[in-house]
Design a protein around this ligand. Structure first.
Ligand code: ASP
Length: 453
């Protein structure tokens, strides 16, 4: 049995849905279909999810959401019309949206989630209706009834473990099941969405719960590329990579798969196959537990912007027991999550996502570290990019770091920091955002241009 997930661009129009239908029907093992909300039809188009967020924000600001709401309805209506679906399909979507818009707004983040989740929920109903119109036994599955329970964190939910046993019952269900991605329900029965692009997570949870043989994730590229194709043209496609490699790459900017989507599949040992809805015969990329290491030390290079570093130095920091705990305790107190902590003898840097700090928070943190920890120096550096050089092969190879830093030096990129995790699956370089492209190009050249496939 296979769980198959389609992203927003695969469901953006009636024509795309016809492809989806063919793909699902071409393999009888494709039993559970997870759908996103309709995405972009062309590059300047809007995603239904983004429109829904605007609708919610307008409602919360006591402004008229009519224009945006009509745009949402129009997106579904265009698909329904293209596929000649019966009128009741649109009537149901319309009624559902009206109820949501009129619902309680006293908790804004709950209200936003309720609207956001409608993107996939209504799309799943539409897709199920379309399959049925084609004479196929297909059912929309309500995540609440199916038992997809998540933590009570609007916009950032995590699956609760009891969901897995509950969802298993779906394996006894006849027909093809159309399951809306991106959201579940809290224990108190409220809609809670995962973080953006979270339908990937739903697919992975269902693969685990239903003990699928494969989790197929259909998107709009032929494969996972070894580097961002907007930075290096026509980069090498990755045929196979491990869960750990993919996790590292998606964490640092590979958007093909949500970075939290691998864990449920990984825990159950289910391989993940990335495929292209627009070119389903392309082999795609397979994500597995162990792979043949034939490509040299590095499999991919990812980079992401929007980080900052809090640099803290204090003479004899190395001898001060509890310094690290107290420092991180301040961040915990302020609700800040950190990414890395490269350190020296008397200094440590904490790397965080910059969007968590505003001017006030920044001043507060600096003050607290100075006064509570008596640090000699505290400064924040902004606009950093993190580059991850990833590959399981690094463990067996000597000199990968030397090669990488030589390549960066040749490209005149100043390395702000280096971090190599103890797993040795990746090396991280912090550089200024303005140097990011050049750095990635230099690293790609070093590790991929000279190596044969
Ligand atoms: N539609 C949601 C988003 O745009 C979730 C998804 O597509 O996976 O973030």
């Amino acid at each position: 049995m296979k769980v198959i997930k389609f992203g927003g661009s695969s469901l953006a129009s009636g024509k795309q849905l016809e492809k989806v239908f063919q793909i699902v029907l071409s393999d009888p093992e494709r039993k559970v279909v997870v759908v996103s909300a309709p995405g972009k039809r062309f590059s300047d188009d809007s995603k239904v999810t983004d429109l829904l967020i605007e609708v919610a924000e307008l409602c919360l600001a006591n402004k008229n959401p009519q224009i945006r709401l009509e745009e949402v309805i129009e997106r579904y209506a265009a698909i329904a019309e293209e596929l000649a679906l019966p009128d009741r399909v649109m009537a149901e979507i319309y009624d559902d949206l009206m109820v949501r818009v009129a619902s309680n707004k006293s908790k804004p983040d709950r209200f936003i989630d309720l609207l956001k989740a409608s993107g996939e929920d209504n799309n799943a109903k539409l897709v199920a209706a379309y399959f049925r119109e084609q004479g196929v036994e297909a059912y929309y599955v309500d995540p609440k009834e199916a038992g997809l329970l998540v933590s009570n964190e609007p916009g950032n939910a995590q699956v609760l473990l009891e969901s897995y046993d509950r969802l298993f019952a779906l394996s006894q269900h006849p027909g093809i099941l159309i399951f809306p991605g991106f959201f579940g329900y809290s224990e108190t029965g409220e809609v809670c969405t995962f973080s953006r692009s979270g339908s990937d997570i739903t697919g992975s949870i269902l693969s685990n719960a239903l003990k699928a043989d494969l989790y197929e994730n259909f998107t709009d590229v032929d494969a996972v590329y070894s580097v961002n194709p907007t930075i290096v043209s026509q980069p090498r496609e990755i045929k196979e990579l491990t869960y750990r490699e993919m996790r590292e790459l998606s964490y640092a900017g590979f958007t093909v798969l949500h970075d939290e989507a691998l864990v449920p599949a990984y825990k159950a040992g289910i391989p993940v196959q990335i495929k292209n809805t627009n070119n389903p015969n392309a082999p795609g990329t397979r994500i597995v537990n162990v792979r043949d290491n034939i490509n040299g030390p590095v499999i991919g290079i990812a980079s992401d912007q929007g980080f900052c570093s809090i640099y803290v130095s204090k003479y004899l920091m190395n001898r001060e027991i509890g310094f690290g705990r107290k420092l991180l305790g301040i961040l915990e107190d302020e609700g800040l999550s950190y990414e890395h902590t490269p350190s020296g003898i008397d200094d440590v840097s904490i790397i965080l996502r910059e969007n968590q700090l505003d001017v006030n928070m920044e001043a507060k943190i600096i003050k607290r570290i100075k006064t509570e920890l008596h640090a000699d120096e505290v400064k924040i550096e902004h606009s950093l990019a993190l580059i991850m050089v990833v590959g399981e092969g690094m463990r067996q190879n000597v000199g990968t770091m030397a090669k990488a830093s030589k390549a960066l030096a040749k490209a005149s990129v100043n390395i702000e920091m280096i971090n190599q995790g103890s797993s040795e699956v990746s090396m991280m370089f912090g550089v200024k955002e303005v140097d990011e492209k050049r750095a990635v190009q230099a690293l790609y050249e070093e590790f991929f241009m000279a190596v044969t496939a």
